[in-house]
Design a protein around this ligand. Structure first.
Ligand code: PEP
Length: 249
């Protein structure tokens, strides 16, 4: 049985007191216990979040990490540093990292390897841009992102991987992929994994949808058979909206 997951991508939002406030409000919410709930505060607040949520059914993940174990990489954060503050899940390949920080498939493949070798669960993000969809290339683009960024991992590694399909044109734009578009792509992703690995692995991996998921559209999207949850940006910054999305299954 695949895990249902709703992860909030806080991006570069929430200082320390705002983190404290948002998490305190979130802990007051009734959350569907069948859904794994994840929040991703910015790096400086991960340790505080981990401690605040110690007894809550909410996991803490990081939004990014460096591909090397340590060394002269000014401004960067390693997997072992994240683990040392209790973080065991990391988002890799978010479209903002790809677009603004030049993270390409080859670099992401290295980051994935490092995360998995450190036993960090990886939420691997990918998705096509608007022009690519308009040109009918969205399936090819997604397949290439998977093949080049992820398909070097072993069969066993898949237990530590969650996928997040996020069409770039739907992130932060208010424009959501229709439930049918999400299902079509998620089914394609599962078929692609089945071809490259096995049907069992394809059936077991959780595939999240991300892109303007809100309380009013979440249940229709989550109702599709190959959609196992969501990666939520804007709506994860309001405790009641995020809880409503968690409870939308
Ligand atoms: C995201 O940042 O991953 C995201 C899906 O953002 P939003 O929900 O705001 O579109």
């Amino acid at each position: 049985m695949r895990k249902r997951i709703v992860a909030g991508n806080w991006k570069m939002n929430c200082d320390l007191s705002e983190t404290d406030y948002l998490l305190s409000r979130l802990m007051e919410q009734k959350l569907n216990p069948e859904v794994e709930v994840i929040v991703t505060p910015p790096f400086p607040n991960l340790y505080t979040a981990f401690n605040l949520l110690k007894n809550a059914p909410i996991d803490v993940a990081a939004q990014n990490m460096h591909q090397e174990a340590n060394g002269a990489y000014t401004g960067e954060v390693s997997a072992t540093m994240l683990k040392s503050v209790g973080v065991e899940t990391v988002i890799l390949g978010h479209s903002e990292r790809r677009a603004y920080f030049g993270e390409d498939n080859a670099l992401l493949a290295q980051k994935v390897s490092t995360a998995l070798s450190q036993e960090m669960r990886t939420i691997f993000c990918f998705g096509e841009e608007l022009q690519e969809r308009k040109e009918g290339r969205h399936f090819d683009v997604v397949k290439e992102q998977l093949q080049e960024g992820l398909f070097h991992i072993s069969n066993d590694d898949w237990k530590q991987v969650v996928l997040a399909y996020e069409p770039v044109w739907a992130i932060g734009t208010g424009e959501t992929a229709s439930p049918e578009q999400a299902q079509e792509m998620h089914q394609f992703i599962r078929e692609t994994i089945a071809e490259a690995y096995s049907q069992d692995i394809a059936n077991e991996v959780s595939i999240l949808y991300g892109g303007s998921v809100k309380p009013n559209n979440a249940s229709e999207i989550f109702g599709k058979p190959d959609v196992d949850g969501g990666l939520i940006g804007g709506a994860s910054l309001k405790a009641d909206d995020f809880a409503a999305i968690v409870n939308a299954f």
